[in-house]
Design a protein around this ligand. Structure first.
Ligand SMILES: Cc1ncc(COP(=O)(O)O)c(C=O)c1O
Length: 445
């Protein structure tokens, strides 16, 4: 029997509602049939270099047999069993043990979810739980940053600092307050003469704590490097000050490392660049390189100890059917083994430097305002006027489409084109990203 053609697939595709759905954006999707390494193959014969590693997550690249084998072996043995009270399973035990202290010292306890939004929701609930147990139930608010992305559960939606994700879903969940992020290219907060952007953005945190009252605030959440908000790399003086301010005010620091975790930025976890440690860490995506749905939070020993002494009525009434999913955890374990063997953080550092260097040659185009990044995550900011830094999302979209025609997939984030390729990428493929993007830009000048 012959396979349906692409038009038939697209017609059938209308039966599903896609994430971030508008009928226009799904009118003519690429229909992907298979992937190998950094390459995707469509049903109509296109070969596309996936410059985004799926959604910042397929770090090991496509078609890894080791990961398929790990899933197969575990599924045959036992795909799933409940991890609720009174039961546990071997892959989740082994993975939690592997993760103990892996990201940051003192974060030795893991709670598993199926993805990043659930992880952040769990982080917020855990922060509230912690303060209630500490006898401070008034501490419930969460401070987040403008431009941040934390996911799409109802609470993650309103922790997110991008209004377009909220417009159709209000009224807002109570308790999320936003401050400016330390964006070096276009800082939107108040900058005193002689003050660095890092210090000004940290001062914004101090001021919001004064305004809201430290007794009302449970936690501060930040992506160490903002992804969806346009790949914003913070200046080095920002996070050390943020950590100090959180400590001074008894506020938990939640690091959302859903994109930055597991090597992407050139360290296993990104706050290490600035020698800072969170109280709660959210992770997802690259823990399995996208081969299975897995995320989670890690909590500090102090939070763990506070939970240990709970009374019966204070039980942590939180958990998902798939918390500690056996197959997903087995894939996560195999993926970490593979990432260690192939030294992904070092690859991200070395190949990331090559990618940034290559992308910077594109600064000669009149509409490339900035190229920035850290490790293998980069943003190319498209502007209509370099001096005024006028954001130009329409040209960014044109370049995105022109690049796709030339077999390169990036991600348009407003006026920023993001690149976050598999960490398994090689030098030639990095050069290919730059070449194809340059050709796309030539096409729209
Ligand atoms: C920083 C960050 N946090 C949370 C999420 C949400 O993760 P998920 O889509 O797995 O729920 C994402 C997804 O892109 C993200 O980039």
């Amino acid at each position: 029997m012959s396979k349906p053609d692409t038009a038939t697939w697209i017609e059938k595709d209308r039966k599903q509602l896609h994430p971030v759905y508008h009928p226009k954006s799904h009118a003519n999707p690429l229909v992907i049939e298979r992937g190998e390494g950094v390459w995707l193959y469509t049903t109509d014969g296109q070969k596309i270099l996936d410059g985004m590693a799926g959604l910042w997550n397929v770090n090991a690249g496509y078609g890894r047999e080791e990961l398929a084998q790990a899933a197969f072996d575990q599924m045959k043995r036992m795909a799933f069993t409940s991890n609720f009270s009174g039961m546990t399973n071997l892959p989740s035990i082994t993975l939690a043990d592997k993760l103990a202290g892996f990201a940051y010292p003192g974060l030795n306890t893991t709670f598993f979810t199926s993805g990043g939004s659930e992880a952040n929701d769990s982080a917020f609930k855990t922060a509230r739980y912690y303060w209630k147990r500490k006898g401070k139930p008034g501490k419930y608010k969460v401070i987040a940053r403008k431009g941040s992305y934390h996911g799409v559960t109802l609470s993650a939606t309103f922790a997110t600092g991008l209004e377009k994700y909220q417009t159709m879903f209000g009224p807002a969940v109570d308790g999320f307050v936003h401050i400016p992020a330390p964006n070096l290219y276009r800082y939107e907060g108040d900058l005193k003469p002689g003050e660095s952007v890092g210090l000004a953005a940290a001062r914004a945190l101090k001021e919001v704590i004064q305004r809201e009252g430290k007794d009302a605030i449970a936690a501060f959440i930040a992506e160490p490097v903002m992804g969806v908000g346009g790949v914003i790399v913070p200046p080095p003086d920002y996070f050390p000050h943020v950590r100090e301010i959180c400590d001074e005010n008894e506020i938990l620091f939640i690091a959302d490392e859903v994109i930055t975790g597991f090597g992407r930025t050139g360290e296993w976890f990104a706050l290490k660049h600035w020698n800072v440690k969170p109280d709660i860490l959210s992770f997802a995506k690259a823990i399995t390189s996208g081969y299975a749905q897995l995320g989670g939070i890690q909590i500090s020993d102090e939070i763990r100890e506070t939970m240990e002494s709970a009374t019966e009525t204070e039980t942590y009434m939180h958990g998902f059917t798939y918390s500690g999913h056996a197959m997903a955890c087995a894939v996560g374990l195999k993926n970490i083994e593979l990432m260690e063997k192939e030294n992904f953080p070092a690859r991200a550092r070395e190949l990331g430097a090559r990618l940034q260097e290559g992308l910077k040659t594109l600064l000669e185009f009149p509409f490339v305002g900035e190229v920035r990044g850290i490790g293998l995550v980069c943003g190319v900011e498209i502007v209509s006027n370099k001096d005024a830094k006028t954001a130009d999302p329409a040209t960014a979209m044109k370049i995105f489409k022109a690049a796709q025609v030339r077999g390169l997939r990036s991600r348009p984030l407003g006026n920023v084109l993001a690149f976050s390729p598999p960490l398994s990428i090689n030098e030639d493929e990095i050069d290919e990203i730059v070449k194809r993007l340059g050709a796309a830009m030539d096409g729209v000048v």
